[in-house]
Design a protein. Structure first.
Length: 303
């Protein structure tokens, strides 16, 4: 079954599940970096919020052997999980009730020119700072709503005010964390290979370069920690040097002290190659690298 046929069949099957309770349809959704995905919208009559369920992952499950009936069951389960959030959509029209949950994230400026025409943003080096409303669903579940131009028009605000709010909210809602690359890889290996994780982790010994991973406790949009993390300054002071910052994805960055006589062109090529071969299009942040300068306490693009 082709992907388009799959999407059409899903739309029909989910419509039959909900009947007159909801309008179900598939739409194209432009995501980060111009990626266009097929989204299933389940617009219930008694709800003002309609979560979008992206169908690419479900098509992959179907191709791997999961029955079509099981696919529909999982989609309905996802929708019910969204419906279980405590978010009151009626409150979204009241700026005073949403402004304490406004956060920011960073995206690539050039790759999102079309999207940025419809959302408020502020430029930062070769990136754009954009804004989201953070929705907590209880426990560890959460979602975000991208703030668009129609929202700031409704709220009678602008990008500058959103930036001030997000600068205050994000550090407390998305707490920054930094750890050595050795520890991060070790934790991943221990989870993936519980019986042999120690042996694999030992391959990254003390002779490895001093590399650190900066993200946040939620592990989403962690690259934004570059805007507020005190760990960056602390790390620079501990090595008595400037720092190179390599964008691993929109969710984290890699930091290393400028003590290795590094070739910046080589590092930039490594970042570009990893982006092209290892990072999903939607998660790519930049092919460039940055430097934290101790003298100015600023992060600048390395040109």
């Amino acid at each position: 079954m082709s992907y388009i046929d799959f999407c059409n069949k899903v739309e029909k099957a989910v419509s039959e599940v909900y009947g007159d309770e909801a309008r179900v349809y598939v739409t194209d959704v432009t995501k980060n970096n111009g990626l266009v995905l097929k989204g299933l919208v389940i617009n219930k009559k008694d709800s003002r919020i309609s979560p979008t369920i992206y169908l690419e992952q479900f098509y992959g499950m179907y191709e791997e052997g999961i029955t079509f009936g099981e696919v529909i069951s999982r989609i309905v389960k996802c929708d019910r999980a969204y419906s279980g959030t405590t978010f009151n959509a009626d409150c979204f029209t009241d700026f005073d009730k949403v402004k304490e949950r406004i956060i920011y994230k960073m995206v690539n400026l050039d790759m999102n020119r079309e999207l940025l025409q419809n959302i408020p943003y502020i430029t930062w080096n070769d990136l754009a700072i954009v804004f989201c409303f953070l929705v907590d669903g209880g426990g560890d579940s959460y979602a975000t709503i991208l703030i668009r131009n129609e929202h700031i028009a409704m709220w009678h605000t602008d990008a500058e005010e959103l930036y001030k709010l997000a600068s205050s909210n994000t550090p407390s809602l998305m707490i920054d964390e930094i750890d050595s690359m050795e520890n991060v890889i070790g934790e991943i290996l221990m989870r993936r290979y519980p019986d042999d994780g120690d042996e694999y982790a030992g391959l990254f010994g003390s002779g490895s370069p001093c590399m650190y991973v900066l993200s946040n406790d939620r592990r989403i949009f962690g690259a934004t920690c570059m805007l507020y993390s005190e760990h960056i300054r602390e790390l620079a002071d501990s090595f008595d040097s400037d720092l190179f910052i390599l964008p691993s994805s929109i969710h984290e960055v890699i930091i290393l002290p400028d003590i290795y006589d590094c070739d910046t062109d080589y590092m930039r090529n490594i970042v570009r190659e990893i982006n092209e071969t290892q990072v999903d299009v939607e998660d790519r942040l930049s092919d460039n690298i940055y430097r934290f300068e101790r003298d100015t306490n600023e992060i600048r693009l390395v040109v």
